[in-house]
Design a protein around this ligand. Structure first.
Ligand SMILES: *Cc1c(COP(=O)(O)O)cnc(C)c1O
Length: 385
């Protein structure tokens, strides 16, 4: 199926091959193409909370280290979000950290394969099944990756979501929801038809709202990074409803997606070879290099954890001023949404992580100059202002 022009329709012929390939790699029963991973997540939450006994406030468990979308769209879908702390070596949740947040109101668990890394989800999937929970697997940053045992990422979740929007592996626009069972696909139809019938906002309104949401996030995160405010969750949560119309979005260009799909192997290979360049250039520095991309086969952002968290902000700023793309993804979302769920390992991770670009916007000489800049600023004693 596809959500296109604000209505649900059968998958168009130009996406047939992409659909076949995504169903084959995930073992899914059906796919729904849409405008964003957020749309897929929104439907996944609706599905998960419709199953089982009705609750006033169903809960979903989401890793603390993530882009804000999986959590903000869970709030808009009427869920309470509980945050799982992360493995300090990878930034990803584990079965143990997820378990700590379980309550009888839990309906779903979101697992995010972060920065292209993957984790074996066998035990988590079993635990979810035993507790009647929907496992939502978010592959937005790891399209085309494999688990440590070589099976395809996306083959463990009851529901799997992908993003093809700006900054993701394919950035042609769009998202997809994959449903593992025919029973789920059936249950989704009713939800999908109901929600497709409400009108969508236009692209200009969406762009302004998305910018506002991004600015709000960065403004509040900066206050927490600098420890300038004790709790920023009230302003973040209180205006969240204003952004809810951003989530259910049609796919605009199915032909562009079909075309981009064929480039995936080349795109992944190109990213992998750039990750190898960073790795060769950065080995032995005052940081730990995350190397999950080697086993997963996918590098979304080349990531490292610096040994000097107290200088992270000035370090990042100095490298940026030398003209290089660099980010610190992400700030623990529990602090923006549910500070009662303390996640100390996520905070430690966030105060160390540095992410570097491996996409089509950078080339080998650029990467060499970038690693030189990283070395230089890692050695500077005083923070530059
Ligand atoms: C980008 C991203 C999303 C949201 O994707 P959209 O297509 O922009 O809605 C969801 N989850 C993760 C992990 C992401 O990186």
């Amino acid at each position: 199926m596809i959500l296109q022009d604000h209505r649900l329709a059968p998958t168009p012929a130009d996406l047939a091959q992409a659909e076949q390939s995504i169903l084959a790699s995930t073992g899914g029963a059906s796919a729904v193409w849409c405008g964003r991973a957020a749309t897929a997540l929104h439907w996944a939450y609706r599905l998960a909370t419709h199953a089982g006994e009705a609750l006033e406030t169903p809960e979903v468990i989401i890793p603390a280290i993530s882009c804000a979308t999986p959590a903000t769209c869970a709030l808009s879908a009427g869920c309470r979000v509980r945050f799982a702390d992360v493995d300090p070596a990878t930034g990803m949740a584990t079965l143990d950290t997820v378990r700590e947040r379980w309550t009888p109101a839990t309906r779903a668990v979101v697992f995010i394969h972060l920065y292209g890394q993957t984790a074996d989800l066998t035990a988590l999937a079993e635990w979810c099944r035993a507790h009647g929970l929907t496992l939502i697997e978010d592959v937005a940053q790891s399209q085309g990756a494999v688990y440590p045992d070589g099976r395809a990422a996306g083959s463990a979740g009851d529901v799997v979501v992908y993003s093809f929007n700006r900054t993701k592996i394919l950035d042609c626009g769009g998202g997809v929801l994959v449903l593992r069972s025919a029973r789920m696909a059936e249950a989704w139809l009713e939800i999908g038809h109901r929600e497709a019938s409400s009108p969508e906002i236009g692209p200009q309104t969406a762009a302004v709202l998305a910018l506002s949401q991004r600015n709000l996030y960065h403004s509040l995160v900066a206050l927490r990074r600098l420890r300038s405010a004790a709790d920023v969750s009230a302003p973040f949560v209180s205006v969240n409803d204003a952004y809810s119309r951003l989530y259910v979005r049609s796919l605009r260009h199915s032909a562009a997606l079909a075309e981009a799909w064929e480039t995936l192997p080349r795109v992944l290979e190109d990213r992998f070879s750039k990750a190898e360049l960073y790795s060769a250039g950065l080995t032995g520095g005052p940081w730990r290099l995350l190397d999950g991309w080697r086993t997963s086969g996918v590098c979304w952002r080349y990531s490292l954890l610096v040994d000097f968290p107290e200088r992270l902000e000035s370090f990042t700023e100095s490298v940026r001023r030398d003209g290089f793309y660099v980010s610190n993804l992400y700030w623990p979302l529990n602090e923006l949404i549910n500070p009662g769920d303390r996640c100390p390992k996520a905070e430690d991770f966030a105060r160390r992580v540095v992410n570097l670009w491996v996409d089509g916007s950078v080339e080998a000489p650029w990467i060499e100059r970038c690693t030189a800049s990283l070395w230089m600023h890692s050695a500077s004693r005083a923070a530059r202002t």
